[in-house]
Ligand binder design. Sequence first.
Ligand SMILES: [Zn+2]
Length: 118
Amino acid sequence: MAERLANRQPAPRRSIDAINRTIRMRSGCVLLARWSGHFEETTHLDLRQPDRLMVPIAQSASDLLCRGEPTLVKRCANPTCRAFFYDTSKNHNGRWCSRRCGNRMRVAAHYRRSRADG
Ligand SMILES: [Zn+2]
């Protein structure tokens, strides 16, 4: 689904079905918690079954489609990195999944330039 979104294509039906199959397995509850002066509801999931480990991921995918901006899903510009990321940069011109990938690509470009010059 991330690959389709990164290519500006709609989320495929089979992804929606997989998300729903997984969310359906959710068992847990929402609890009230106090965080530095304000209240938040936090979801506590029962993750004792291995297949339930996918529930938070499916919930995140659902949140992205319902409340996020799918056009901000991008593939990392580092060709050795397979990650997708949600571009929260100011002008939405982020290219790398992490500072680490960005630094690696800048160092590699600098090395290529210095080799070409000398
Ligand atoms: Zn990356």
